[in-house]
Design a protein around this ligand. Structure first.
Ligand code: PEP
Ligand code: MN
Length: 293
């Protein structure tokens, strides 16, 4: 393995892999992430209405998703775009959990909203734009809920783990890392999926790692193939955008799968999940700092 990795990542001692803690399991409601199962989180980018969310919840649950993802507070690139339903959206998410049993993941953008969102969410999402919002990360340390930490769009893996360390230092080690694509010179896709991030993070950190192919690709036709890639490199799960009528979606419709597209993707993933188990055995073993490669 790369000898640089030890000093580079082992300084984040609460999230780095050690002999004592090689892998950790994060519990979101009754769902275990990092425990061996490939856990899929799915749903619309934004909660738009009760009907839209409940229909999506039923469809993704039937296809095998374990968590329902929907944004009630939306960080949008444009100030003129739909910003989410706020607390109304949280109430709709709660109703979907009651009706389907799916655990809920939703984004928190501000430290002021942490307590409110923790009442509704089983997993608190930190979006790419907030990865280095330390006031938010510190507050999430005491929120009593696990955190889904998305990689900043221009963040290195070292910076991602540094942010995870901030949450952990403030009292919360229940953290899931998410590779969601990074900014590069490429413009054919919305972001560049850094697929190597998965085995590197699985080597240097004990935290579960999931992949978001939707925000990486920006177009729905690439989502199934990137999901396969995520499984093959050993990810612990996926975060996928699904919408009843993607062309009418208020946000991220171009990358959202239809119900049928999601079902087909889930069915077709099966053979790749078998490869995933073999890939995970290829992850290099850490050596003691200063030790031989
Ligand atoms: C999202 O998950 O809908 C989202 C806004 O993601 P990101 O923060 O990765 O852009
Ligand atoms: Mn989105």
């Amino acid at each position: 393995m790369n000898p640089k990795w030890n000093g580079q990542f082992s300084c984040f001692d609460l999230v780095a892999k050690t002999d004592v803690c090689a892998s950790s399991v994060v519990r979101a409601g009754s769902v275990e992430i990092g425990g061996g199962d490939f856990v899929v989180m799915a749903g619309p980018c934004a909660v738009e209405s009760e009907r839209q969310l409940l229909r999506t919840a039923e469809a993704v649950a039937e296809a095998g998703a374990r968590l329902l993802r929907g944004g009630a507070y939306k960080p949008r690139s444009s100030p003129y775009a739909f910003q989410g339903l706020g607390i109304e959206g949280l109430k709709i998410l709660r109703k979907a959990r009651e009706e389907t049993g799916l655990a809920i993941v939703t984004e928190v953008m501000s430290e002021e909203d942490v307590d409110l969102i923790a009442e509704y969410a089983d997993l608190m999402q930190v979006g790419t734009r907030s990865m280095e919002n330390y006031a938010l990360l510190e507050r999430l340390g005491g929120c009593g809920r696990p955190v889904l930490l998305k990689r900043g769009m221009t963040a290195t893996l070292e910076e991602l783990l540094r942010s995870a360390q901030v949450i952990a230092m403030n009292g919360n080690r229940q953290i899931v890392l998410c590779e969601r694509g990074i900014r590069t010179f490429e413009t054919a896709t919305r972001n560049t999926l850094d697929i190597a991030a998965v085995p590197v993070l699985k080597t240097v950190s004990h935290l579960p790692v999931i992949v978001d192919p939707s925000h990486a690709a920006g177009v729905r036709c690439l989502v199934p193939v990137l999901s396969r890639a995520a499984a093959v490199v050993g990810a612990d799960g996926l975060l996928v955008e699904v919408h009843p009528s993607p062309d009418q979606a208020l946000s991220d419709g171009a990358q959202s799968l239809t119900f049928r597209g999601f079902r087909d993707m889930m069915d077709d993933l099966q053979p790749y999940l078998a490869i995933r188990d073999a890939s995970r055995r290829l992850v290099p073993q850490l050596v003691a700092v200063g030790g031989a490669d």
